[in-house]
Design a protein around this ligand. Structure first.
Ligand code: ZN
Length: 288
């Protein structure tokens, strides 16, 4: 008598881009579809009797993983009754499943990568994929100017499939493969702290801008330093007591870049003129 142990489903899908999808160590059948040993799978429990073939039936070779929508039933096998035309999870074969696209984003300073993984997903695999790809986007999605804008949108777009998956009933038992491990909810993962990164960055820019008084705000009596060059000056206001201070503003002329009018101010040595659009002014500078 020849009995055939149940074979794990062959994965018809190649590896996922960017390392997304089920972790290889946990789902060897996804990572190395060619290297699958012929023995019984160790990663999930074998359903008992229903998989046994009748003794007089010839040995059936491993059946290819059924296409979504086709009933997962072979002659002589009476496992979980499978309704017709029901979507099956692409990853574990369970049903019900929902068609959805889960997205991720990687920013790499100059280039960026848009990642997506298409279903159908069962509830467990769907939630696992949303969590995994969103967590990775939280870590890897910020690194670039464009990515800063694209990444939050990408993560928000995962809300829709996530809501779909949550509404699905739990996968029916007896699926050919084991569903993914959903892991911890996102807000309990360290990656969620990376959501603070853009907030921290914006705060830093605002604080730096507020703490730097530009030349246009310089008043008479203030001290300034030129952090640029003579040709391309970058004049900032500094504390007169600081060693950085180079000049004291002895006079300020609004609406003009004619520095000859600085002569009226005693102690005048140098001038700084600025013209941005229609905004013109001249700082007349003297020694400290
Ligand atoms: Zn699944």
């Amino acid at each position: 008598m020849t009995t055939s142990p149940p074979q794990p489903p062959q994965n018809p899908y190649p590896g996922h881009p960017g390392g997304y999808g089920p972790p290889p160590e946990q789902f060897p059948q996804y990572a190395q579809p060619q290297a699958q040993p012929a023995g019984p799978p160790q990663s999930y429990e074998q359903p008992p009797q229903p998989f046994q073939q009748a003794p007089n039936q010839p040995h059936q070779p491993t059946q290819p993983f059924p296409q979504p929508g086709s009933p997962y039933q072979q002659p002589g096998q009476h496992q979980q009754p499978m309704p017709q035309n029901v979507l099956q999870c692409r990853f574990c074969g369970a049903f019900p499943a929902e068609q959805a696209t889960v997205r991720g984003h990687q920013g790499m300073i100059v280039v960026m990568r848009f990642l997506k993984l298409q279903g159908p997903f069962c509830k467990t695999c769907g939630i696992a994929t949303v969590r995994e790809m969103t967590a990775k986007s939280m870590l890897q999605g910020w690194w670039g100017i464009g990515s800063m804008i694209v990444n939050p949108i990408t993560m928000l777009m995962n809300l829709e499939p996530w809501a779909k998956f949550r509404k699905l009933p739990d996968p029916a038992p007896g699926a050919p493969g084991r569903p993914m491990d959903p892991g911890k909810p996102l807000f309990r993962r360290p990656a969620v702290l990376m959501l603070l990164l853009p907030i921290a960055l914006i705060t830093a820019i605002v604080v730096i801008n507020l703490s730097t008084t530009t030349a246009s705000e310089a008043e008479v009596g203030a001290c300034v330093v030129n952090k640029g060059t003579a040709v391309s000056p970058n004049v900032e206001v500094v504390d007169c007591a600081s060693s950085e201070a180079e000049y004291k503003v002895v006079g300020k002329l609004d609406g003009t870049v004619d520095d000859s009018r600085c002569d009226q101010f005693p102690g005048y040595e140098a001038a700084y003129t600025s013209e941005v659009g229609s905004q013109k002014y001249t700082l007349c500078l003297g020694p400290i």
